[in-house]
Design a protein. Structure first.
Length: 117
C-alpha cells in the first residue's frame, strides 16, 4: 500500500519561491508516473506537472518556465520547485502516484500554498 505525504507549503509573497516535497511510504517503482495537481477554492482539481518513469515532464501552460518537477526514486520522493509565484497559484497542492503495473492512483492529503502580499 502506498501512502503519500506532502510538505513544504506555506505563505509566500508574489514573486517568491517554494519547494514542495512528497514522500511515498511503500516505495516508488521506477516505472511509476508521478505528478502534482492543485485545487483552488471553487475550482476543479487541475494538473500542474507530471514526470514519467523515463523522466519526461509535462507542465500546465500556466506554470511553464516557473515550476520544475523532479523525482528521486532512491529516496521515494517527488518534488516541485515553484518560482516566480503568483496569487493565482494559491491552491491546495496534491501529490499523485500512478502505479503503472496496477493502474491505480494514489493521492496525498494536500498542502496549502498561499501567494499573497
Amino acid at each position: 500500500q502506498v501512502q503519500l505525504e506532502e510538505s513544504g507549503g506555506g505563505l509566500v509573497q508574489p514573486g517568491g519561491s517554494l519547494r514542495l516535497a512528497c514522500l511515498a511510504s511503500g516505495g516508488i517503482f521506477s516505472i511509476d508516473h508521478l505528478g502534482w495537481y492543485r485545487q483552488a477554492p471553487g475550482k476543479r482539481r487541475e494538473l500542474v506537472a507530471t514526470i514519467t518513469n523515463g523522466g519526461r515532464t509535462n507542465y500546465a501552460d500556466s506554470v511553464k518556465g516557473r515550476f520544475t518537477i523532479s523525482r528521486d526514486n532512491a529516496k521515494n520522493t517527488v518534488a516541485l520547485q515553484m518560482n516566480s509565484l503568483k496569487p493565482e497559484d494559491t491552491a491546495v497542492y496534491y501529490c499523485n502516484l500512478h502505479r503503472v503495473v496496477t493502474g491505480m492512483d494514489y493521492w496525498g492529503q494536500g498542502t496549502q500554498v498561499t501567494v499573497s502580499s
